[in-house]
Design a protein around this ligand. Sequence first.
Ligand SMILES: [Fe+2]
Length: 391
Amino acid sequence: MKAILEELNDTQITAELAAIGRLSPVQSAKLNALFAYCMALKAKNLALIKDRGFYIAGAEYNSKQAIDLDGHVPTRLAQADLDLFSMHGVAGPFRLIDDAEARDLERHIEDLAFSRDNPVYSLIAGRDRAEADLLLEERDVILGVNMFMFDTRVRAIFSDPDLLGTVKDLIATDRVTCWRSQIFRQMPDGSRTFYHQNVDFADMSRHPSFSHRSGKRFEPNSALSIWISLSDSTIESGTMSILAGSFVDTRAYDLQKYFLNNIDHMLNAVSFFPPTRIREMLKIFLFSRGGHRGKSKVLMILAQFFYEDLFRGEFTEIPFIAKPGEYYAFTSFNLHGSRPTAPGLRRSTLVGRYVDDHSVDVGENNFILPIKGGGVPVSPTDEGFIAKLSA
Ligand SMILES: [Fe+2]
């Protein structure tokens, strides 16, 4: 596998910058102001903090961890599956629904997500009608966030007894909560998702009510993603790949989380880079939509800057090859990303995120819809949604 650092240098953030497009006068003014601030920091940095260790000390390093499944009697998975999972942090593929049902579910999801009947569309339109209409026109996957909260068919998928049995066996717990669902549709437009760790994602997006229960350690498998393929998932269709065993290194995630919670320190770190690069990184932070369209890549560039040996380990790449209706499970600490889709093909995936109910309290499961120029806070209870699925 090509080292992530090399790949990062090869691909840069050109596509992500292009996706932002031309800035409006107001956006340009914002960018110029922040750029001037970083350049001032750059001048001061000569005398100020230029010690990488300062930041490294600030980030809470989760350290190398192992997946321990002892003490739980599995109800669904075989010991061989569990042994592989302990080593790789990934399990599957498993059959959830049949081919025809998967394809029909994909149609159902797209018909609802990309229509004005979608409650998520209404929530965004309530804040910014033009933005909501643009998302609809572009069939943006943000409109597919948390459909399980208001759509019975998607909810049934994430409540499937076999699926829940798998999740419980892999987390080694008797109680889990599904707190988020998402859709991903990859088209042959050259786009891809750079390697990242989800971890509790919720922390990254400042989920208002996600907290670790006191006295409970957050294990590599405390949070799992269930990746359900709704179409043929192949190398050519740009399937996702996971780096087996990469859950042992959480430094990039820890640093990224630290920066997102200490923006001043992040700007200081950004100011270490050459001016052209600073401007590009700020543009991504200010104007790219969604968590994965550039922001995670820029945060990875920052992490690479601080940890030169980051992800130097030899991790085997596992592509998620799947038939429609099959799924994989993986820990949120595992690095993963997707390849571009070949011309004429597409890929469609439904993802559910689960946590160990004994370790993580998702509270009211309030969430934020990330849109251009801010976020729309949503209280599922206030909207009459089913806030979470606990079982
Ligand atoms: Fe991800």
